[in-house]
Ligand binder design. Structure first.
Ligand code: HEM
Length: 417
């Protein structure tokens, strides 16, 4: 039996992350035992290896033959862990291993290139202006539902040719799918499965209407005309693609916007730097992404016995990649790694390649350009218009060991145009 690490932090308990990410625990693990065997409750897959240094995280992420995303999936699965649900979840690209993964990835990668995303920028600016127009004069808002949630939803709905009247239903289905660990949301595994099934249904409707009136060059067109192993995606494959794109695109970017705003509110001197020099907003977005990543972890399963960081990982062991731990490593980001500094990119030109918020290796995030662009456009609108923002009470956080989401964040600011 593998010996447990003397430092145990209950990292799979969703409550551990509910107030704030446990950066002190991550620092202890990184310094004392970067590849450490941790206790985990059975409902979260049991004991696991916690990975907190970048070189180990990179090695694991870049060797899918040794570390499978498919066996126990790459992420805690909505809808329970019965064999049938697991098999459905294995159809999502994020839970595939090569060679199948490589073929599927070819289908979608063209949809989200830098060029494709740049083409969306004018539309995004219009959305961002509308979103802020709705709240600016009031001097107060519930930031998550009125601001953060809007842009990713708008963008993905536009990309997917989703009718406006479906957007709200769609948003709450996504919430249900990811909210199962949170007792306040009272979402059961069945609710999660049902939400996924309803998203499938919406995808089917979109496919049918696209086929009736096809528009070239759209994401939905890329997916429906994508070819895997000489055949185009069938309806089920299309729907699973759709599911992961939606879940990936909506909740992550919303979380990054909310956490980014919270960071600016808690660091008014950093906010002021951006008011004085808006050209630094893309740098600030990169620092937000580094400082508070939208995923706490992804997981892999060892396909054979393997040594990582001097530790012997056994076939079948669960390995968890803790992105926030890597992103706060002083060996990579300097002695002020634990500080939020919107000018960090000025000192560290390749910051975007140093942090691991979008993962690394074969499963590197397909939506990184899209997410960065959405965040830049949003903060370019937020920073000059929502002046002197303050929290009203505390944030209402999602209880999850996977996404450090914010459910509610009431703020006030100087009312303006
Ligand atoms: C701040 C926002 C985002 C963050 C932090 C993020 C993070 C990540 C991470 C860490 C992975 C790697 C998973 C692994 O290695 O197991 C990933 C994969 C993925 N992301 Fe994102 N993501 C974001 C936004 C998006 C958006 C907007 C989209 C949609 C266009 C998207 C679609 C995907 C897909 C499809 C994968 C799976 C890729 C594969 O398996 O080959 N993500 N993301």
């Amino acid at each position: 039996m593998t010996e447990k690490c003397p430092f145990q932090f209950d990292l799979m308990n969703p409550m551990t992350h509910s107030k704030s990410l446990p950066f002190e625990s991550f620092a202890t693990l990184r310094e004392q035992c970067p590849v450490s065997y941790q206790s985990g409750a059975a409902e979260f897959g049991g004991d696991f290896w916690a990975i907190t240094k970048r070189e180990d995280l990179d090695f694991i992420s870049k060797n899918p033959d040794k570390f499978s995303s498919s066996v126990n999936l790459a992420h805690p699965q909505p809808g329970g862990s019965d064999p049938e649900s697991m098999e459905i979840m294995r159809q999502l690209i994020i839970n595939m291993d090569p060679p199948r993964h490589i073929k599927y990835r070819r289908v979608v990668r063209n949809a989200f290139t830098g060029k494709a995303v740049d083409a969306l920028e004018p539309l995004m600016r219009e959305f961002a202006r509308d979103i802020i127009d709705k709240v600016a004069a009031r001097g107060e808002c519930e930031f998550v539902s009125e601001v953060s949630a809007e842009m990713p939803l708008f963008v993905i709905c536009a990309l997917m040719e989703m009718p406006a009247e479906k957007r709200q239903t769609f948003a709450s289905l996504v919430d249900t799918m990811i909210g199962m660990d949170d007792p306040e949301l009272d979402v059961s595994a069945e609710d999660g499965q049902l939400a996924a099934a309803q998203i499938f249904e919406i995808a089917m409707e979109l496919a049918v209407s696209h086929k009736a009136d096809p528009k070239g060059g759209t994401v939905i067109d890329t997916l429906l005309n994508g070819v895997v192993e000489g055949e185009s995606l069938d309806e089920f494959e299309f729907c699973t693609f759709f599911l992961i794109l939606i879940a990936g695109a909506v909740e992550t970017t919303r979380t990054a916007t909310s956490q980014g705003m919270r960071l600016l509110i808690e660091h008014p001197e950093q906010h002021q730097i951006l008011i004085d020099k808006p050209a630094l907003i893309p740098d600030a977005v990169e620092e937000m992404l580094r400082f508070y990543p939208s995923f706490i972890h992804m997981q892999r399963t060892a396909t054979g016995d393997v040594t990582v960081g001097g530790m012997e990982i056994k076939k079948g062991d669960l390995v968890k990649l803790f992105y926030p731990a890597v992103n706060h490593d002083p060996e990579l980001f300097g002695d002020d790694a634990e500080a939020f500094d919107v000018t960090r990119s000025q000192r560290m030109a390749d910051l975007k390649n140093q942090h691991r918020t979008f993962g690394v290796g074969q499963h590197f995030c397909i939506g990184s350009h899209l997410a960065r662009k959405e965040l830049c456009v949003m903060f370019e609108e937020i920073v000059p218009r929502l002046r002197n923002p303050r929290l009203v009470g505390s944030t209402h956080n999602l209880v999850s060991n996977f996404i450090p989401g914010i459910k509610k964040m009431n703020i006030v600011f100087d009312a303006g145009k």
